[in-house]
Design a protein around this ligand. Sequence first.
Ligand code: AMP
Length: 554
Amino acid sequence: MQDHVDWTTPIAVRPVPAILDEAVARFAGRPAIDFLGRHTTYAELGRLVDRAARGFQQLGVRKGVKVGLCLPNTPCFVICYYAILKAGGTVVNYNPLYVERELRHQLEDSGTTIMVTLDIKQIYPKVAAMLDSSCLERIVLCRMADFLPSVQGLLFSVLRRSQVAHVPDDLRHVPFPRLLANDGRLQPVPIDPTADLAVLQYTGGTTGRPKAAMLTHGNITANTDQLYRWMPDGRAGEERMLCVLPLFHVFAMTVAMNVGLCYGAELILLPRFELKQVLKCIAKKRPTLFPGVPTIYTAINGAAEQEACDLSSIRYCISGGAPLPLEVRSRFEQLAGCKVVEGYGLSEASPVVTCNPFGRVKDGSVGLPLPGTAVEIRSPLDPAQLLGRGEKGEICVRGPQVMSGYWQRPEETAQVFAAGALRTGDIGYLDEDGYLYLVDRIKDVIISGGYNIYPRVIEEALYQHPAVAEAVVIGVADPYRGQVPKAFVRLRPAMASTVEELHGFLSGYVSRIELPKYIEFRDELPKTLIGKLSKKELVAEELARSGATLHKAS
Ligand code: AMP
């Protein structure tokens, strides 16, 4: 495959709603959303967004007002996202599975005054609890039944009544249909793409303390344009984008929703990852584009070993967020007859920084910087010092997608930039062709007897073992070495291994110092909401039970 990427045209930096307006104008009669069988065309989506935008303006939304979206993937998310931005406001993305404490922190920190949420018991009561005790003034309430096809909607309201929350009828609650009850003639708001904030995206960053990356309209549209160029032979108005990653996560927001709209694609929205439902949906709705994370592709590969799965509609996949083992990529490509490429990014960069070009993939690499993006490797000890090709150091990024800073955190903002470049907190190196390789995250590095051990090196070695399905390595306290590596492993179904056998296997791949001192088998490994293997629960467990007996590898 030839290099199809346009590297030279300046990157489009514009207001985010321009993406929607352009799609509505170009693809009016084409399907924009499929939600569990209910279809919305681009023309309908455009009208709904305008009415919701006017509704938000009537509620006082203008520049500077923060409106939260605490929603799973539903049409309501897509409509309100563009409507808030059209009204001039800023979107604050919330994970609907947050516990009250996390919700409150994010609400107070961002100054969210209006929250859009769903009337189900799992979500609504947590949000409602904030009404009297935080800066939250109003809740815009969407009903699940409103978005389903009519028969299903009726069934949902009858059968799932027990899951629907009781919502008081008062001025602080605005039912979604009331938000839309207007003529859609909104007050146009002039947007300065390089200055006006579109999204506050919360992230642990490198210090772990949740804070919001300030993403401007320009940051988000730039990243959308960079990725739009990445896809070869996109067929305007013909693509179908599987949106199973949550849209409140920055990867899906940009790659699935915004890039999807640039293609005039139909967004197939699934409210959560449920393997059987995803497989059925792929076979029936025949998506052509499927952005995902490695655990999703791994799960599908596993299912395909048990029963036949029709994945033949899929053409292109971009995987990000966590390392994509080579064997997972090749197996998925083989099963679906598609191309899967791995990219790399972070919330602070809207999020994508690098990606392997379709057709020019280098195994083990997260690819080339996107058009208009520069990746620099700097010394982690002295970020003023630039390192050369092949040298390992902190990955730093410049580009139009890089955030302007952390919301109300001037000190952390100052620390996260080195000579104007974003410090990612990830360690990596560039090869002679400019491909980026990740070595590890600064905070995950294990320091053992004065040596730096990169858990990822050990994890990759574990993945070479045929019985290993998933592996995570963390540092645990050790009286002699300070820290030593410990591996947590989930084996494939019906496969066996032992601590001693794995240990023996690993000695062929990693140095003595990198050999995990402990190996523990688990039936499940903790994951983040978007399905990345998560270390923090394991680190916390280890701290809590540091006295407990471990399976020590001799
Ligand atoms: P977040 O901002 O929460 O999306 O997390 C971003 C972090 O995810 C990055 O700083 C990396 O540590 C990690 N990450 C992203 N893409 C990859 C990838 N392809 N391989 C390994 N780690 C990744």
